[in-house]
Design a protein around this ligand. Structure first.
Ligand SMILES: Nc1ncnc2c1ncn2[C@@H]1O[C@H](COP(=O)(O)OP(=O)(O)OP(=O)(O)O)[C@@H](O)[C@H]1O
Ligand SMILES: [Mg+2]
Length: 419
């Protein structure tokens, strides 16, 4: 038994071409065994053809996933993560109720195709046997005007039997973006696709306002960051709107996460082994169209991560964008200050390094992995340290109240970047 879809990609020159066929191989009881991908002969001879991810080299052979992996990395990057899957399961339950049938079991392949096409992450698209793009939009993508409705819907998601009419706005807001936090894709006031990160009931502080602060500090430190805007909802909660970097007007830009770029990254994470920045740097050097620039940029980001104690810097929080010349680092996103030591989800600097104790001295020692001379590396660290000193002013500018700053001093005024 199997299910299949045709895979398409929008190339950096804007041309939409068929890449190949993806098949989900299941056993007779419907349990997914693996997926198999085969490039189209036409794509293999296209001058702008590129391997979708390292697991899918350009070849005429059929490429099965191995080790029980349901989808190759490039397809996982176009799939929803836990938040999107939750919404899609609710939508399937409602469709089953209306059609008086049992809900289908949703697994990775079903989630991939159920995610709406217009807001899908990256440049990959999928069609059914009739050539229709999957999945068709369920209605208009919401705008900022719909924010109150999105927030109301958010409180409904965790109910055992959520009201489908209330959830509807969240489903329209797309489900293909990765990540665990509630989020929505909207059309911003300049007509661009944007991602809105929404507060969570169990947030112990205004997580999204602080993510906005760090994005600004990153920009001040010379890092290429996503364009973000913080909207305060009340004294304790904000939403963060960030322009979609995988879109340029109506064009879709190819995206590859570091999870898909680094062989074994996810297997390592599952077995508790931390992926290192040294591994990421080596992989970026291998595929980047401008390795010197991207490695220096990555070094700057690691310095910021250490300097503000960002402990959630796992391999899905780094990625690359496809340009006409090849892959380049995507803007920095999802970098957050954390008030405690915590190595869960963190990357170590060097192979075998300790992800919970990362300091400038270790980063400096690793400078040559980022193709930096010691002086240049030291300068970058000094620039990042200088930018972080603006943390309180930036926080106040974004509407965080003065009495909410005190607990953060130990995070932003730390010796982590002393050299
Ligand atoms: N501005 C953006 N444009 C396009 N894609 C984005 C943007 N920001 C984030 N993404 C993509 O969406 C995914 C989820 O975003 P993000 O990492 O910010 O969410 P999260 O729920 O906080 O994640 P996590 O589960 O790591 O905490 C990212 O992994 C990235 O692939
Ligand atoms: Mg993330």
């Amino acid at each position: 038994m199997s299910e299949r879809t045709s895979v398409w990609v929008e190339l950096p020159d804007g041309e939409l071409v068929k890449v190949g066929e993806l098949e989900n191989v299941v056993n007779p009881r419907g349990y997914a065994l693996r997926s198999e991908f085969k490039y189209d002969a036409g794509f293999l001879t296209h001058p702008l053809a590129y391997p979708l991810c390292p697991e899918l080299p350009l070849t005429t052979r059929t490429l099965p996933t191995v080790g029980g992996k349901p989808l190759a990395g490039a397809f996982s990057d176009a799939s929803p993560d836990s938040w999107g899957c939750l919404l899609l399961s609710h939508a399937e339950a409602e469709a089953a109720r209306l059609e008086n049938r049992r809900p289908r079991v949703m697994r990775e392949f079903e989630y991939l195709l159920a995610a709406p096409d217009p807001t899908r992450m990256g440049a990959l698209r999928f069609t059914d046997a009739n050539g229709e793009f999957l999945s068709p939009a369920r209605g208009n993508v919401p705008t900022m005007v719909d924010l109150p409705e999105l927030l109301t819907a958010l409180t409904e998601v965790d109910n055992i039997n959520p009201d489908p009419n209330i959830l509807e706005v969240l489903t329209r807001a797309g489900t293909s973006m990765g990540g665990a936090r509630p989020k929505a894709t909207i059309i911003d006031d300049r007509g661009r696709l944007a991602m809105v990160k929404l507060p969570q009931r169990n947030d112990a502080w205004d997580v999204l306002a602080w993510e906005g602060v760090v994005t600004r500090l990153g920009r001040a430190a010379g890092i290429n960051t996503v364009r973000t805007c913080v909207h305060r909802l009340d004294a304790d909660r904000s939403v963060l709107v960030s322009t979609r970097f995988d879109r340029a007007g109506t064009h879709r830009i190819g995206y590859l996460s570091a999870a898909s770029l680094i062989p074994d990254a996810l297997t390592d994470a599952a077995s508790g082994i931390s992926t290192s920045y040294a591994q990421l740097a080596a992989s970026v050097a291998h595929v980047s169209a401008d390795p010197d620039a991207d490695l220096a940029e990555l070094f700057r980001r690691v310095a910021l991560t250490i300097g503000i104690n960002n402990t959630d810097d796992h391999v899905r929080n780094h990625g690359l964008l496809r340009t006409k010349r090849g892959w380049r680092l995507a803007p920095m996103f999802d970098v957050n200050p954390f008030p405690r030591r915590n190595s869960t989800g963190s990357m170590s600097i060097t192979v075998g390094g300790d992800p919970s104790y990362r300091e400038a001295s270790e980063l400096l020692q690793a400078a040559d992995m980022f193709r930096l001379k010691p002086d240049a590396a030291r300068d970058i660290i000094a620039q990042v340290r200088q930018a972080i000193t603006g943390w309180a002013t930036t926080a106040l500018t974004l509407g965080i109240e003065k009495n909410q700053l005190s607990g953060w001093e130990s995070v932003f005024v730390s010796p982590a970047l002393d050299t």
